[in-house]
Design a binder for this molecule. Structure first.
Ligand code: NAD
Length: 433
């Protein structure tokens, strides 16, 4: 099928575009940034996602992946259009729908000019009621046509993880299709006919809620184990042994039980905040989810307080930070724990020397005054302490000798990656262990 992917230079849009192209669909990858689109035409990927650049290189010129800044050309020549633009947090925790609205209006205007049936699919994460209350009204107003009669509408949430985005897109656990009517849903289901995952078909707002429920549950699991971990640290219990013990219970499962610095990224913090704001908007007090947020925020402060307790005053001390991205295999620093921690360190007058395999450039834009090292050894040189915040593979291989250039002997881990027993001359401590 021919499809337009709007928001095609972002994480979800680009992986959706490349993923569907890899499955044999003809894809227009629509972005508004001309430079990024020109770059994509030459195989330059605007984000770091394993597999994407390699696929583009292998398939350059194949004709079924067409980067363009013309939404009109893309929609006019397609059967379906995916909306994959960002839905960032507003100050009150709700989601900013500016881009979703603008794109819906643009698509509506183009639908007005095309005669044949077309399905508009919302893939951006939007709170329950958004497709019906915002997207459809804009499409109808700008097209002069009726949803369900003249064109189709569906909501197809995305569950991919950054860092494994393309792999996840191509091998999902399930595909959720919220449909305005059967014809719209059938069209979306047919796009996935080469996927093996089970398909769950629902109405629009159930699909929207399924995405939030999924992320809120995973965030809850992380805050749960962090709360248990905080208690374990005081009690002298290894929380990772506790995780192993509970994770083998099939009803619980082993994933998302790694206690530590807590969750970050562009999804969990934003989605938990958005569903809390939505709940309050409908007169419901979401006490569990508010606690999930509080515990998560608290882990960052706990890391900072632990460092301060061990080092004393931070003024003038050099603190090396290994890992800036919110998780490995991505350059994404949105809502990363490192942002709050660097802010607290700089406010206390510490000198921050950071290293990350991919994310230093992004962090430099936030904190130009921190130092950014080219390699681990340079970041650690003369540091009074080290905070390890992201579980990049290259950190797992480190041993005591790699830290020998430090002035101090304190390492605090936000993620458990170091083999503590091999660090004889150092004090290696975790937030929850
Ligand atoms: P992103 O910020 O990386 O990408 C959004 C893209 O949309 C940007 O490249 C932006 O330039 C583009 N855009 C905005 N307005 C546009 C317009 N008018 N025309 C063309 N392009 C336009 O965001 P993302 O991380 O890809 O997330 C997109 C949506 O998917 C969000 O709702 C997010 O919550 C959801 N989501 C994200 C992930 C994830 O892991 N990143 C996973 C699942 C769902």
């Amino acid at each position: 099928m021919k499809m337009a992917i709007v928001g095609g230079t972002g994480y979800v849009g680009l992986c959706t575009a490349v993923g569907f192209a890899a499955k044999g669909h003809e894809v227009f990858c629509v972005g508004r940034d001309k430079n990024k689109i020109e770059g994509l035409k030459k195989g330059h990927v605007p984000i770091y996602e394993p597999g994407v650049a390699e696929w583009l290189k292998r398939n350059a010129g194949s004709g079924n992946f067409v980067p363009t800044d013309s939404i009109e050309q893309a929609v006019k020549n397609s059967d379906v259009t995916f909306i994959c633009v960002g839905t960032p947090s507003k100050k009150d925790g709700g989601i900013e729908l500016k881009d979703v609205r603008e794109v819906s209006r643009n698509i509506g205007g183009i639908l007005n000019k095309i005669g044949r049936y077309h399905v508009v699919i919302v893939k951006s994460t939007v709170v329950p009621g958004t497709t019906e209350g915002t997207v459809i009204p804009e499409l109808e107003k700008c097209s002069g046509k009726a949803a369900g009669r003249d064109f189709g509408v569906a909501m197809n949430p995305e569950f991919l993880r950054e860092g494994k985005a393309l792999e996840d897109f191509l091998n999902p656990d399930r595909i959720v299709i919220g449909e305005l009517d059967k014809k719209s849903g059938d069209a979306v289901a047919s796009l996935y006919d080469k996927f093996t995952a089970p398909i769950v078909r629902t109405d629009l707002k159930t699909a929207e809620m399924t995405k939030y429920a999924s992320n809120a549950f995973l965030a809850t699991k992380i805050s749960f184990i962090n709360e248990i971990g905080n208690m374990c640290k005081i009690l002298g219990i290894d929380v990772y042994d506790v995780s192993a013990g509970i994770g083998l219970d099939k009803r619980i499962g082993p994933k998302f039980l790694d206690a530590g610095i807590g969750y970050g990224g562009s999804c969990f913090p934003k989605d938990v905040a958005a569903i809390i704001a939505k709940a309050k908007g409908i007169g419901y007090e979401p006490r569990l989810l508010e606690s999930v947020e509080n515990v998560n925020r608290g882990q960052r402060k706990r890391a900072f307080d632990l460092l301060k307790k061990r080092l004393g005053s931070l003024g003038g001390k050099k603190v090396a930070i290994l890992g800036l991205s919110f998780k490995p295999d991505t350059d994404d620093i949105r809502e990363a724990p490192s942002i709050d921690i660097i802010r607290m360190l700089l406010e206390e007058g510490a000198v921050v020397s950071a290293y990350d395999p991919q994310a230093s450039g992004n962090m430099k834009a936030v904190y130009p005054d921190a130092e950014y090292a080219e390699d681990i050894a340079s970041a650690l040189r003369n540091a009074d302490a080290c905070l390890l915040l992201t579980e990049w593979d290259e950190f797992r291989r480190l041993d005591e000798s790699d830290f020998s250039g430090m002035r101090g002997r304190l390492i605090i881990e936000g993620r458990r990656v170091l083999r503590k027993e091999s660090f004889k001359g150092f004090s290696v401590e975790g937030i929850c262990w």
